[in-house]
Design a protein around this ligand. Structure first.
Ligand SMILES: NC(=O)c1ccc[n+]([C@@H]2O[C@H](COP(=O)([O-])OP(=O)(O)OC[C@H]3O[C@@H](n4cnc5c(N)ncnc54)[C@H](OP(=O)(O)O)[C@@H]3O)[C@@H](O)[C@H]2O)c1
Length: 275
């Protein structure tokens, strides 16, 4: 059996964090969820909450919200790492975005911290279509998105979580940077076609320009910093050919193939998320 550690999972109610919490509990680890409604609370916007959340912990899984690329993320990660050292944390695993140059500054803070660490760079999540901003268009039966030619190696959050759990529990992952992708690339149109076929729903896809997409977000009353981030994620991550590459890290680390988008669709149909 793995030695028992005390592990803080920041973002432990989110898309990967929730599954990391479950996985660690299956390995009989002592888990503390780091979130705004946890006790003690952890709030990225309030550094005074960090010492209490870190107290008594050995390891931390860091999910920064909303994204390591946003202004202020570097300062927040730097501050958290300092607080982690004071609290006697031994190891951190950082969730990062594959192909986000701004996120690499935050990765460097972790890599240069002197703590044991693993960097987990993930491509766009499958779960953006079931737990995030791409769910509503799927439910509405009309998906209008920019970057229609981008081939995206969507990854399942279950695979990310399993990698994170191993990284937290096994020393062999110390000092490593992993690139976590799904097993094949899909364009947005292909995603829509596969979800339509899997659900039997009529869902149409429309390619729009980045400018029109931004205008639509603005017209919908979305905040300017949110629009900035979505624009960044489309332009920076999806326009870079390198981000279309498929990594074999999931298979290498987990000893099984990465979850295919079809398997994700079957699971979502089973739980009824697109009904
Ligand atoms: N989505 C993707 O496709 C993708 C791809 C690659 C990397 N990533 C990375 O994944 C990370 C999370 O992204 P996500 O959008 O998928 O979100 P998510 O993990 O589902 O995030 C929501 C989590 O963030 C927590 N949270 C929100 N505001 C917080 C605050 N002020 N203080 C503390 N916790 C807060 C929420 O906890 P409470 O509500 O309980 O406080 C919840 O657990 C980002 O760093 C992003 O760069 C995402």
């Amino acid at each position: 059996m793995t030695n028992q550690s005390n592990i803080l999972v920041i973002g432990g109610t989110g898309k990967t964090g929730r599954k990391v919490v479950e996985g660690l509990k299956q390995h009989h680890q002592n888990v503390r969820v780091g979130g705004r409604s946890s006790d003690p609370a952890f709030d990225w916007g309030d550094p005074t909450t960090w010492p209490n959340a870190l107290a008594g912990m050995d390891k931390v899984y860091i999910v920064y919200y909303p994204d390591l690329a946003v202004p202020g993320a570097f300062e927040a990660i730097s501050g958290l790492i300092e607080a982690a050292k004071v609290a006697g944390i031994k190891k951190v695993v950082l969730l990062s975005g594959k192909g986000e140059k701004e996120a690499e500054r935050c990765e460097q803070v972790v890599a240069n911290s002197g703590l044991d660490y693993t960097l987990v760079r993930a491509s766009w999540f499958n779960q953006n279509f079931s737990e995030s901003f791409l769910l509503d268009p799927i439910l509405a039966g009309h998906v209008a998105l920019p970057m229609p030619h981008a081939k995206i190696p969507f990854v399942d959050t279950r695979d990310i979580a399993e990698v994170v759990v191993k990284a937290l529990l096994e020393d062999e992952h110390n000092g490593k940077t992993y690139e976590i992708t799904g097993p094949r690339t899909l364009t947005f149109e292909e995603v829509v076609q596969e979800i339509a076929a899997g659900t039997g729903k009529d869902i149409t896809f429309q390619a729009v320009s980045m400018e029109d997409y931004n205008s639509a977000m603005k017209a919908a009353g979305l905040p300017a910093d949110y629009i900035w981030l979505i624009d960044y994620l489309f332009r920076e991550v999806l326009s870079n050919d390198k981000n279309q590459e498929i990594s074999s890290d999931v298979e290498r680390i987990l000893g099984r193939k990465a979850t295919d988008f079809q398997e994700y669709i079957r699971e979502m149909v089973r739980v009824g998320v697109w009904r």
